[in-house]
Design a protein around this ligand. Structure first.
Ligand code: AMP
Length: 583
């Protein structure tokens, strides 16, 4: 199949912000695609070269693309750089400067999806001395064999900025419609996706087999499972109401969630967003190595501790571990411990269907006999059934440097990727003293003025509407940014600039200078939620024409690198906080 067909589809998708139209375009390209390359097509649509948990970073900087475009077009690198400064996107530059190329090339060999995919893989896998030259040659040969439309999307794929606004939900809808004729099977596909984190594989299996084959996809070692998530409650009685009988309360630690996969000596660690971070935690790896089990998949929170007092340190301290170099030294400077809270797989068996209380018992059994020292502990947990017990336990958790507590249903299964009432987070706010923070995704910005010229001034933030899979605006924030952090955020945002408002963002009449793909999540504090005619979070739910807004929002300084846009605070959360404010 020729890449041109996909490039033409991309071009049409770029022009629409309607989710229905996006789905239609996806269905028609999926229908045209030969079965044996369905997975590759899906990965390319996702802007990747493999499942979610495999990095799709090809390690190509703008400079190399400029050099390639110069070689292919005959224009000088300076000319291309100028164009880039004008247009702001190298894919568009390629489209622009290569316009006449096809007419002047007599024999144009059509580029196939298979060939493009294999070449991109080779680019990704080339490393070591001389690798830049090899990569350059691959890129030049791809561009030489493509029309300007194809070149535009090849450059975007290579730089990882396809930005078509396609959510996984939309892709699942399209896969379901294409191969089963109905959208309603999306639920079944979604479950398979939650345990396999691989949309390409799901599309491939479904295109060759049936929905029963999808139902039999189960969790496997070394394939990260999309994590179970918690609902937010605003007071202990609300938590108890949701659980019939005793509940389990646990410390809620402000670290980084890690999913551990271990079979014999082989160990891999994944973050909540499925990134493989095995090499960041050599100390945790050696402790895990001591565990003598055939295999396991477990989850826990890694947290930095103060070596002197052994108290938990805030999340920022942990982020220092996110370095590529000098890991051994950083390990000593910033010690961490792992607090385990769940077990998903053990001794060859899927444990996600076993009640939480039994999963905890198994964890206790495994760890009571192991020599993991104080590097790995089980998360602090107690049984609770009364409001005062929860209150006292929250106080204890806060004193220990926790964010709050988790209240869990002891009879609940582990439901991958689901946010349900089986797990509830109870943060500081209900005590009435400290206002809780929320995590919001940046969707737009106004240009900075005065000291902030060249950076972004105010950022438009949004909540996540999980039911409809869209983002709803809630406030603009301009305070709480130090100059350095603002530079950092501006750099990060520049990777996600899009031409118009993102198709999944609902922003009413709000006008912005720049729009972004919803990617970067910030932690925000605000003393109050109010009704507002400007923002779209929970619009019309309380009063016609009004949504909810944060008053006096302030950035805490914490970029939630561990959260994806879909992990942002939900519309439902905000609605609940607003309601609890009124009580
Ligand atoms: P939040 O990030 O506020 O949505 O809260 C959910 C996150 O809390 C999880 O993804 C974990 O990273 C973290 N967490 C901390 N302690 C626990 C715990 N005891 N059980 C489950 N998750 C926890």
């Amino acid at each position: 199949m020729n890449f041109l067909e996909l490039a033409e589809t991309f071009a049409m998708m770029e022009k629409t912000t309607s989710r229905l139209e996006l789905t239609d375009h996806l269905v028609s390209i999926l229908k045209k695609t030969p079965t044996d390359i369905i997975d590759k097509l899906v990965y390319l649509i996702q802007g990747k070269l493999g499942p979610d948990y495999e990095s799709s970073d090809l390690g190509i900087a703008d400079k190399l693309i400029i050099k390639s475009l110069s070689l292919v077009s005959g224009h000088s690198p300076a000319y291309i750089q100028n164009k880039y400064s004008d247009i702001g996107d190298l894919g568009e530059v390629a489209y622009n400067i290569l316009t006449n190329k096809i007419q002047t090339t007599l024999i144009h060999q059509l580029l196939t999806i298979e060939y493009l995919f294999e070449t991109l893989l080779k680019i990704a896998n080339t490393s070591g001395t001389g690798s830049l030259d090899v990569k350059l040659r691959f890129i030049v040969s791809l561009l030489n064999n493509s029309s300007n439309l194809e070149a535009k999307f090849i450059v975007k794929l290579i730089l990882g900025n396809l930005r078509l606004g396609i959510a996984n939900f939309t892709l699942l809808d399209a896969i379901s419609l294409t191969f089963t004729g109905e959208k309603k099977n999306r639920r079944i596909l979604e479950r398979a996706y939650n345990v396999s984190s691989d949309l390409g594989k799901i599309a491939l299996i479904l295109s060759k087999g049936s929905i029963e084959d999808i139902q039999s996809i189960s969790i496997s070692l070394f394939i990260p499972i999309r994590p179970m998530l918690a609902e937010r409650v605003s007071n202990p009685s609300e938590a108890l109401e949701k659980i019939n009988g005793d509940a389990l309360a646990e410390f809620k630690i402000d670290g980084e969630r890690i999913q551990i996969h271990k079979k014999g000596k082989k160990i891999e660690l994944f973050t909540r967003s499925l990134e493989n971070v095995t090499s960041n935690f050599p100390d945790i790896l050696s402790a895990l190595d001591e565990i003598e089990t055939k295999d396991l998949i477990a989850e826990g929170e890694v947290v930095a501790i103060d070596p002197a007092t052994k108290k938990y340190l805030p999340f920022q301290a942990l982020m220092r571990r996110r370095r590529k170099y000098n890991i051994q030294q950083i390990t000593l400077d910033y010690p961490v411990i792992l607090n385990l809270f769940d077990l998903l797989y053990y001794n060859g068996l899927d444990k996600t269907h076993v009640p939480l209380s039994e999963r905890r018992r198994l964890l206790e059994e495994i760890f009571s006999t192991q020599k993991t020292g104080d590097k790995i502990i089980l998360i602090d947990q107690i049984k609770v059934s009364r409001i005062d017990e929860i209150e006292n336990y929250t106080e204890k958790a806060l004193k220990n440097g926790c964010e709050g507590i988790m209240v869990k249903n002891p009879n609940s299964q582990y439901r991958a990727g689901a946010r349900e009432w089986a797990w509830m987070k109870l943060k500081k706010e209900y005590s009435g003293e400290v206002t809780d923070s929320v995590d919001l995704v940046i969707v737009g910005a106004l240009h900075g003025k005065g000291r902030r010229v060249g950076k972004y001034g105010a950022l438009l933030l949004a909540t996540y509407d999980a039911e409809r899979d869209v983002f709803c605006t809630i406030c603009k924030v301009g305070t709480g940014f130090t100059d350095n952090v603002l530079i950092d955020i501006t750099d990060k945002l520049n990777m996600h600039v899009i031409k118009h408002k993102h198709s999944r963002v609902e922003s009413g009449n709000t006008k912005m200078d720049t729009w972004f793909e919803p990617k970067i999540v910030l932690e925000i504090l605000s003393p109050e939620i109010t009704l507002s005619p400007v923002y779209t979070t929970a619009i019309n739910r309380i009063k016609s024409g009004y949504g909810l807004a944060l008053r006096f929002p302030k950035f805490t300084g914490k970029i939630r690198e561990d959260k994806s846009a879909e992990d942002a605070t939900t519309v439902k959360d905000i609605f609940e906080i607003y309601r609890s404010q009124l009580k």
